[in-house]
Write a protein that binds this ligand. Structure first.
Ligand code: A2P
Length: 316
């Protein structure tokens, strides 16, 4: 498996298992199977509501001798309701307690959006805190302290634009190791990739398959079907790959890490194998040329009437 070196000096396996939408009642055996077949990188978050169940499977895998802690790369994310400086370390400690781990490999600020403490998802505009009230750099300083204290090996952000990366990188004392963003052939994020590279920030691609299983409230009626695109299907059949494998191989070959979610053993294996596939230049270019742009996760849930956030302010 290809690895990427992070600004913090640690390395991240290029392909990891996504756990968003993996129900806590089914994720336990999925994690055991993933470890058994060779997954070492797990992308998790407080907001996915399954960290304790994932942690229990890590512990069982350690106890059975399937893997050791230092062979795993575990990411979690700070939820939006814990952006105030005094809330960051307790949130990370809660994640560590849920996983039963004494450090994480990577801790990300999940969104550049702040919510009042205890707000899971905003029900009204009063549930938000503006970035004037809680600046991103305040949250970042507290994350830096967590890395310095050894609770996490590397820190980063998610859903940050190039402008926000530049602004935070100018202030950062501990480097931003990772920016995790939606990226796939319909949303190539080329400018963002260039800016992140210039700032030494590695990019992880989320929703690489177009996230077809996300809740209906996050879907639009007319959205494109990335997995079924004829260009992807053609390249797949010419190379004896599945359509998903083509999307994942493209992501790794262009230098991003990628975190496909699956709860199915056969598809998990297929996805893991894709990290070792090399596509020819013409195929890589044909996929890159599909550029939409189309964003499956458009952030509109942060921009209801009266919110301090707008789609422009989030994606500016
Ligand atoms: P399942 O969990 O049943 O395998 P994303 O990573 O973009 O969020 O996409 C996740 C969705 O893609 C899930 O519905 C998942 O279903 C499905 N999926 C994962 N791997 C594959 C694959 N190799 N082929 C087809 N669909 C896949």
């Amino acid at each position: 498996m290809k690895h990427y070196e992070l600004a913090a000096g640690t390395t991240m396996p290029a392909l990891g298992l996504g756990t968003w939408k993996s129900d806590k009642n089914e994720v336990g055996p999925v994690i055991r199977e993933a470890i058994r077949i060779g997954y070492r990188h797990f992308d998790c978050a407080r907001a996915y509501m399954n960290e304790a169940e994932i942690g229990a499977s890590f512990q069982a895998a350690f106890a059975d001798g399937d893997v050791t802690r230092d062979e795993l790369f575990v990411t979690s994310k700070l939820w939006n309701d814990a952006h105030r400086a005094s809330d960051v370390r307790p949130a990370l400690e809660k994640a560590l307690a849920d996983f039963q781990l004494d450090y994480l490999d990577l801790y990300l600020m999940h969104w550049p959006v702040a919510l009042k403490p205890g707000t899971w998802f905003p029900q009204s505009p009063t549930d938000f805190l503006s970035l004037d009230e809680v600046p991103l750099v305040e949250t970042w300083r507290a994350m830096e302290a967590c890395q310095k204290a050894g609770l996490v090996k590397a820190i980063g952000v998610s859903n940050f634009t190039a402008t926000k990366i530049d602004a935070l990188a100018d202030e950062a004392e501990v480097p931003i190791s990772v920016n995790q963003v939606e990226a796939h052939p319909y949303l190539g994020q080329r400018e963002l990739l260039e800016r992140c590279a210039a700032r030494g920030v590695h990019v992880t691609a989320y929703s690489p398959l177009g996230s077809p299983d996300r809740p209906d409230m996050l879907k639009k009626d007319d959205e494109p079907n990335l997995l079924a695109h004829p260009v992807i299907a053609d390249i797949a059949s010419n190379n004896s790959l599945s359509n998903a494998q083509v999307l994942l191989a493209w992501a790794v070959q262009r230098g991003t890490s990628v975190i496909p979610k699956s709860v199915n053993a056969e598809r998990m294996q297929q996805n893991l194998d894709a990290a070792a596939v090399t596509l020819d230049d013409a195929s890589m270019q044909a996929i890159t040329d599909l550029e939409g742009p189309y964003r499956f996760i458009d952030g509109s849930f942060w921009a209801p009437e009266g919110s301090p956030y707008t789609l422009d302010s989030i994606w500016d």
